[in-house]
Design a protein around this ligand. Sequence first.
Ligand code: ADP
Ligand code: MG
Length: 257
Amino acid sequence: MGATLSICDLTKAFGQTHVLSQISLDVQAGSFVSLLGPSGCGKSTLLRVIAGFEAQDQGTVSVNGHSIDHLPPRARNLAMVFQSYALYPHMTVGENISLPLEMERLSPFQRLPLLGRYAPGQRMLMADITAEVRKVASVAEIDHLLDRRPAQLSGGQRQRVALARAMVRAPGLFLMDEPLSNLDAKLRVTMRSELVAMNKRLDATVLYVTHDQTEAMTMSDRIALMMGGQILQYDTPEAIYSAPAHVDVARFIGHPS
Ligand code: ADP
Ligand code: MG
């Protein structure tokens, strides 16, 4: 079951630059929510605060009803996927995917089916790691690529490996920051539906950052439209399109005003 995410009154400045102004957002378990807005509006900063890479000045982030503000990134029940895949070039695909499980002690949140055999804080046995890697590789449809190195893969295959590596940690929440923006146009369209299918298949919650309104409109259960560090409207794609709540929303999605 995906996690619920609840953001309350989140505020963040870099020096004199106010980047996030009292952001509040509730994301339902299992839903696909896009954070849509122009470049520089604070989308990546919001994801980085949720992931714990940046500290907020004010406000709280809760997952499944519990504040995660005091937890380091690794202990938060989430995985982040970026536009640059950050795969290790000298390792095979399989090694890239298994690395998070080999490096980390299990967090109390991890939802591995094998978890019954492990207490939080324990390290996994190699045989169990291999079984998990095979499972996520099958979901990401890269079973046949496990022995290759990143240089031997296409852009789309690399993106799938990055997704599999995020999945193997079995998070309740995926944070994705423009993960398709390095792909060519055709592959980008294919991967849109693949990501949505993955979201449904894993029953995971996804918060998806994009500046591309077609992506947001076609993929999302709901869209949070962000500008200037604020969320101007949080609604279904249909409602954002047909009933923009703000003149800036109307302008951004291309209504003449
Ligand atoms: P987006 O992802 O929507 O394009 P960002 O969250 O990356 O926007 O950036 C929002 C604003 O915050 C920009 O003005 C950016 O220059 C500024 N910013 C982001 N990170 C930092 C940082 N580490 N230090 C200073 N300013 C930053
Ligand atoms: Mg960004």
